[in-house]
Design a protein around this ligand. Sequence first.
Ligand code: F6R
Length: 608
Amino acid sequence: MCGIIGYVGGKQAAPVLLKGLQRLEYRGYDSSGIAVVDSDNIDVIKTTGKVATLCEKANGGKKLNGNIGIGHTRWATHGAPSDVNSHPHLSADGRFCIVHNGIIENFAELKSDIIAHGLPFKSDTDSEVIAQLIQYLYDGDMISTLRKVMERVTGSYAVGILSADAPDTLYAIRKDNPLVVGLGQNENFIASDFAAALEHTHNFVQLNDGEIARLTSRAVTFFDNNGNTVEKTPYLVDWDISLAEKDGYPHFMLKEIYEQPKAIKSTLSPRIKGDNIILDKIDFSANNVNRINRVNIVGCGSAYHAGIVGKHFIEKYCRIGVDCILASEYIYSNPITDNRTLTIVISQSGETADSLAALRLAKKCGSHTIAIVNVIQSAIAREADNVLYTYAGPEIAVATTKGYTTQVAALYLVGLKIAKVKHIISDARYSELLGELALLPDKISEILKDTDKIKQYAEGYAEHKCVFFIGRNTDYAASLEGALKLKEISYIHAEAYAAGELKHGTISLIEKGTVTLALVTQSDLYSKMLSNIKAVQSRGGDVLAISSYNNKQIGEEADGLLTIPDCDDDVTPILTAVVLQIFAYYIAAKRGCDIDKPRNLAKSVTVE
Ligand code: F6R
């Protein structure tokens, strides 16, 4: 999705902005631009294509003088990717300039109103309306003008604003779209995420919905929607900027796959104290837990898949009905959610618009909400009643890897905690599972030590047009994630099916040479899976099984075998996920795909 960086300080702004935009590239974009205030003029350079093209056009920033500016990477929603539709956008008189993330829902109506008042538009975007509206409503005072702008626009927005009349001041407004303010030494920043400003500061403040930020190099002031000043406490983001660099890996995705042992440890170890699970500040007293008669898990994409693994685990050990629901469906359903429902919203970025809307709906229905989130102080983390951070560190590749596995790990902790409080898990089983969780980082490392065989199979399948994934129960949940990973980064059509469903239709797609990955990690389902494998093979399909070391028979029956270290059946989804991530990665690499930034995708989906 779009990215924003804004700078005010003592340095030449343009190079800072360009560097910030490079840090935002991972979010997915099709064009970019920067604007700098030079004396009392606003100069803009923008272009379609990569930030590298913008850097060339701006001669590394040398073409623009001035110590204050805004930059943007655009992911087109309204209007095709083009130079003119790229941000920043100037008002008709060139005195105001904006960058915008989000969607202005009433832009058409505002646009015709403004055009009727004689202000011409240049682009097809919804965003330009903000620049024009500022000019149209300008009353000599930017704070009061921005309040009027916010009263008029509907939709979601994070906006960085320059005014030629205030050449040392940067402004920002937001509603339902992330925007942080970075506090430096005699320099300050606005950014759509920390990554853009992290090499300059680790101190951030969140701008809340309806608020305005006014930044000069020496001071930052916040205003609420009545124009009153608001005090805010900065927080520290202790992410190391090197975590947002490739560190010798060819792609962020591969680096992040390799970071999983550490990431899982960071999710688990602060919360496992001997035989006790302490889930931060969440009140899991018997009273609270016994009131829960239903759990809803909500998320999108991989976060939803993590939720399906969690559903199996929680239902098995807590004996509470769990629904795992796509956030985009949940918000337009009439969900069965009340004050005895526990709603778990899962989101790596913590900014996904559908998941945020689902969280708000669940709260409105009276549900207690827990967010499982990676990005600190993100909207979902702040709005949920409780938050469990996964502590996976920054995830830059668009396709999630450590984000997903740490979400699953967090769900295991929640499940075990509830089961223990409800006294429906034996002490022995509880301790056994805690022990299994603690071993996961080492077992992932074992997979990562030698990935040659996975790579070999992956490269062998790189020319296939279609790959199926099958499994039962948690293996089916893991199949869904494996298929998503493969399709999003390699563009090979991949589908996951519950293995028992094959015979109800899908099997008609199996023909000579069709590849099926069969996940076989649930010991009580081996024989059922074996029958499914045979059914595929007898129609000419090739089966690559994924199973544990000790499952020799599957190896003999399937056409190929990839193994995960022996482990408890309940925790296999994390290990199979790692194998499937590597599999997808090497297929995509062989096909020469843009692995970290797959086409049409964005990292943080902040629009519905
Ligand atoms: C897939 C992927 C997406 C995200 C989804 C939700 O690899 O990354 O499917 O899982 O967009 O994102 P978050 O977790 O940030 O809410």
